[in-house]
Every structure is written in C-alpha cells, then in structure tokens.
Design a binder for this molecule. Structure first.
Ligand code: PLP
Length: 485
C-alpha cells in the first residue's frame, strides 16, 4: 500500500509497520555485518552534499525512495563506529538494547523539562544514575543528572565553581568588575580540550586556564600544581577550581586524585574529575582504585556513551552540591510554574538546557540487559585485548610502546632499529603508516603526540571487537610498515 503522505496527519500505521519491520531487519543485518563496509568513510569532501538536492522537496516523497537514497548517498559517507575494527579516538560503543531503547525514546518523544512533562523521565533518570553511582562505588552524597556530553558536564561543573567563587556572578557577570580578581582553573597539560572550551564559554577567558605539566607517565604533577597555586595567589589571581582527569584522551593516564583532593581541600578549590572515558572501569572490583579519591571531588563526569555500551549521546554528571548548580541556573518563567515544584526536581533547573531527551531509558535498559556481571566481563575483555596488543608491541623488534596501558588504549610507534632516523623522519614514517593502514578499510586507528613524538593509538572499546580484530590490526601494521620500507 502506498504512503498516504498527502493526507493530513502522520504516516499511516500500516506504512509505519511495514517500514519499521524493514528497518529493524536492516539494522540487525548492519549490526551483525558492519565489517562489509570500509570502517573509515571513503567519500571526498563535498561528495555527500553534492549528491543531495539544494532545496527541500515541495511534495512529499515515497519512504521507499528516501530509504534508497539513505543507502546510496548517506551510507558511503558514514564512518562505521560500529565496525569491530574501529580502534580510533575512544572506540565508543553502542549496543542492541541501546538501539531499541532509542527507538522507543523517539516514539515517545517525551521531553523532561518539568517533572509533570513526563514524571518517568525525571524519576528513571534519578534511579538509573543512582544505580550507576553505586556500580562506580561513589557515595550517596553525589546526585546525578544526564547531559548530552562530557563537554557540557564539565562546563556546568566549572559554572558551579564560578558561582561559588563569585556568588553574585549570576546577576552581575564578570566584566568590568574591579571587585573580582582574575580567576584561575588548573588542569594538566593532558586534559581534554573541553576544559579549555568551558573556561572560554564561561567568560573566564582562555588565559584563566593554567596547564600543569605532567610527569613521565602523563599524570598531573602535584608539586607543580601546588607551586602554580601559590604563585597565582601571590600575583593576586584567585584560584577557583582544579580539573583532574581519570583516563586522559591521549594515553588514558590517571591524575593523582587523592593528592589533588588534599590540595583542593586545603586551598578551598572546587575539584572536578573528568572520568569521561575511564571512570566506568571502577565497576570492576579489582579496578575500584580507578576512582580513588573521587569521593572527595565536588563533581565528576563519566560517559556511558564512551565505554558503557550506550548509543551516543549520554553523559552522567555527578555533583555533591547539585543545589548550588540549581541555584546558579534555575529560572522559572510563569508559563512553567507548577504546583508540585517543591516536592520534585524539575530537570530544567539543572543547567542551561530547558528541554531534556529521555536518555535514561537506554542506560536503564542496558544496565538491566547486560547486568553488572555482563558489563564487567566486557570491560575486562577490552582491557585484556589491549594488554595482548601491548605485549605484541613490546615483543616486537620494529615497534615500541610510548606510554603505559592502564585501560584499553595502546600508544605506540613504528621504530625499526636498523634505520637510523631522526625524530622528524619517524613522525613522517608513522603518519604514512597510519594512513596506509586506515586506507585498507579494515581498521581505523588514530594518533596523538607524546613528548612531541607522533604516536599511533589503538583503542579497544567496541562491544563486537574480538581477539581476531585486534590480531588483524597488528598484522596490517606489520604488512604496511614492511611495504613502506
Ligand atoms: C577525557 C575526555 N573528556 C572529555 C571528552 C569530551 O567528550 P564529549 O564528546 O562527551 O564532550 C573526551 C572526548 O574524547 C575525553 O577524552
């Protein structure tokens, strides 16, 4: 039966059912066989745009032909984060229960700005974040809220720290105020760029962020932090917050949070922990130490959309002073006033966003479907695979490891001993190797710079990645490096 798209109203139920079934078949096939696509998209810049009409259609089109264009035009422009050979950046992973939950969430289209605009959105978020908090081993003094990304979470952490440092900032701002000295935020030189963006967005200025040098294992140096704070105080700058990272983006190093917490307590500074990637490792009893000292942080972010099988996006933000965050952000226009406001939390009060997607649904379904046991097994499996790969690098004559491997990311480079090469030549050689390996379409690796050296990065994180995929990546690296020489 043809779509009844010309009639007013939505797609008719029969068409929805038909395309819905077709799409579930398509998705099931895709998730099981994403290897059939090159992992890194091969389209050229502008290719997708040029294949699409410049204007929206005047008349509705058959869903059949829209799906046809999805396959023909959109799919070639997709880099397959679901491909088990995806080892780049943080190989974030969704999962089938998460996909199904997103389907339901889209169908409900519930918007959780107020408790009454869907009580279940608010309350499931509270319950699910309490479950996750317990799994992480964090105390009940942390209240949680879901944001889209860790960038948004960290920005809200620092906005709350700013509110504590300058209590009338909400009313008077910071500009042109001789009564407010320059404020300072500290993080290591390995911290994520979202911290830079947060200080810029909050009107502190990029200069307000002081990057503390890291030690040989890429962890924030405590002596340097202490010295920087003392120097700043002497110079009339007001220290405001420290951002510690648990699982830095380049090497997944872990800052010494207990020692940083000591300093923050002594100096009365807000401590925010960016555990976006590695925080979830604390779900494993033998990796509880991952979040050591974090119970003393003022706020912390973990990203289930990175390494907890949750389709993008879902960032879990925990704060020990959520009321202060609400104080910084809540603002209720007349048309959003409700009679139950004193008895409930309205999610719109917890940050800049008014509308809230029903993200908790997917995390709830994922935690239930896999169970803590299933999650632990999978996380441990990823760390085992990374350890195995690191072992191959260590045993190899031609490759060397450039950083410790605390979780599931390996930083390494090609460095054949019989080729006297300058650091610059090695950088070029490794950049060419990366390109060659990625061009095979079988794997996708990324890079970083460590102590100025170009480093390849292999991140294991996808739920469907197995030993054979990691072994194939190693085989390709050896084949392609031999070919380069
Ligand atoms: C340590 C760390 N923090 C924050 C982020 C930002 O994550 P998001 O994309 O959720 O903002 C990343 C991204 O990789 C990260 O590695």
């Amino acid at each position: 039966m043809a779509d009844q798209k010309s009639a007013p109203g939505d797609m008719d139920a029969e068409s929805f059912r038909r395309y819905g079934h077709e799409m579930v078949e398509w998705i099931a096939d895709y998730l099981n066989h994403s290897e059939r696509y090159p992992v890194l998209s091969r389209v050229q810049p502008g290719e997708v745009r040029d294949a699409l009409p410049a204007r929206a259609p005047e008349r509705g089109e058959d869903f059949e032909s829209i799906l046809g264009d999805f396959e023909r035009i959109i799919m070639p422009g997709i880099t397959h984060w679901n491909h088990p050979g995806f080892f780049a950046y943080f190989a974030i992973t969704g999962s089938s229960p998460g996909v199904l939950a997103e389907f339901l969430s889209a169908a409900l289209n519930a918007q959780g700005m107020l408790w009454r605009t869907s009580p279940a959105v608010t309350e499931l978020e509270e319950v699910t974040l309490a479950w996750l908090r317990q799994l992480l081993g964090l105390p009940a003094s942390f209240e949680g809220v879901i944001y889209d990304t860790a960038s948004t979470s960290s920005m809200h952490a620092l906005a709350t720290a700013r509110h504590v440092a300058v209590p009338d900032v909400r009313q008077r701002g910071l500009a042109g105020r001789p009564d407010v000295p320059p404020l300072r935020v500290y993080c290591s030189d390995q911290a994520h760029s979202s911290i830079d963006k947060a200080v810029m967005a909050l009107g502190l200025g990029h200069a307000a962020l002081r990057k503390i040098p890291a030690d040989e294992a890429f962890r924030m140096r405590i002596d340097a932090l202490q010295q920087a704070i003392a120097e700043d105080r002497r110079a009339g700058i007001r220290p405001m917050a420290v951002v510690a990272t648990v699982g830095t983006t380049s090497t997944t190093s872990v800052d010494p949070v207990p020692a940083i917490a000591d300093i923050c307590e002594r100096e009365h500074l807000w401590l925010h922990v960016d555990a976006a990637y590695a925080g979830v490792a604390a779900i494993l009893p033998d990796r509880r130490d991952t979040l050591a000292g974090c119970d003393r942080a003022d706020s912390l972010v973990v990203n289930p959309h990175k390494w907890l099988f949750t389709p993008f996006d879902l960032s879990a933000f925990y704060c020990r002073h959520m009321d202060t965050l609400r104080e910084a952000f809540s603002l209720t226009p007349e048309y959003l006033k409700t009679t139950e406001a004193a008895a409930v939390h309205n999610l719109m009060d917890t940050g800049v966003q008014l509308g809230r997607r029903f993200r908790a649904l997917k995390l709830w379904m994922i935690l239930r479907y896999f169970g803590a046991e299933g999650i632990r097994e999978r996380l441990a499996g990823h760390m085992r695979l990374a350890g195995m790969f690191a072992g191959w690098v260590d045993d190899s004559r031609d490759f060397e490891r450039l950083a410790p491997v605390p979780f599931s990311v390996v930083c390494f480079r090609f460095h054949p001993p019989d080729r006297a090469a300058s650091e610059q030549e090695l950088d070029t050689l490794n950049a060419r190797l990366l390109d060659a390996v990625n061009r095979t379409g079988e794997v996708f690796l990324s890079h970083t710079k460590l102590d100025g050296r170009f480093s390849l990065r292999l991140a294991v994180g996808h739920i469907r990645t197995t030993e054979s995929h990691v072994a194939r990546a190693w085989e390709l690296l050896q084949q392609q490096s031999a070919a380069l020489l």
